[in-house]
Design a binder for this molecule. Structure first.
Ligand code: ZN
Length: 147
């Protein structure tokens, strides 16, 4: 088993009023050349948690961090006009928290749970990844304070 010390949260970057099934997500990633869905878990708007890739397998979700992390994606991340927004439903928030809790128990070496954008390079070297340094908005909410 590989060492896991990081959990990374993503959004699917789809509109809150436009459903994306696990099958479609899988297909999108295959089209990008991945060997199946790059995330390990996918949390739908109704709170359903879908297992997309065995945790034993390295994911394809956060460049430079895949080897030792687990990737979780929630459905949404864009509002009805296509703007980045925290579109999580109550059920999604509940499921995300519950999933992270279980994973932290299963993988006690996990030291950090963060959003994809928090892994952007710290350009000014002050130890904090600030909004102007984000490579993208994903997952469109602050994991440190709002998970
Ligand atoms: Zn992401």
């Amino acid at each position: 088993m590989r060492k896991i010390d990081l959990i990374v949260i993503h959004c699917s970057a789809t509109r809150e009023d436009s459903p994306l099934s696990p099958l479609e997500l899988d297909r999108m990633h295959r089209q990008r050349g991945f060997n199946g869905c790059g995330y390990h878990y996918y949390v739908r708007r109704d709170g359903q948690i879908c297992s997309m890739r065995p945790v034993e397998r390295i994911g394809a979700h956060a460049k430079g961090f895949n080897e030792h992390s687990i990737g979780i994606c929630y459905e949404g991340g864009l509002d009805r006009k296509g703007r980045p927004a925290d579109t999580r439903t109550e059920r999604q928030r509940y499921s995300l928290r519950a999933l992270v809790k279980v994973l932290r128990k299963d993988y006690p070496e996990v030291k950090k749970v963060c959003g994809h954008r928090d892994l952007s390079p710290d350009l000014n070297g002050n130890g904090t990844i600030e909004p102007e340094e984000w490579l993208k908005q994903c997952p469109c909410f602050d994991v440190a304070t709002r998970l």
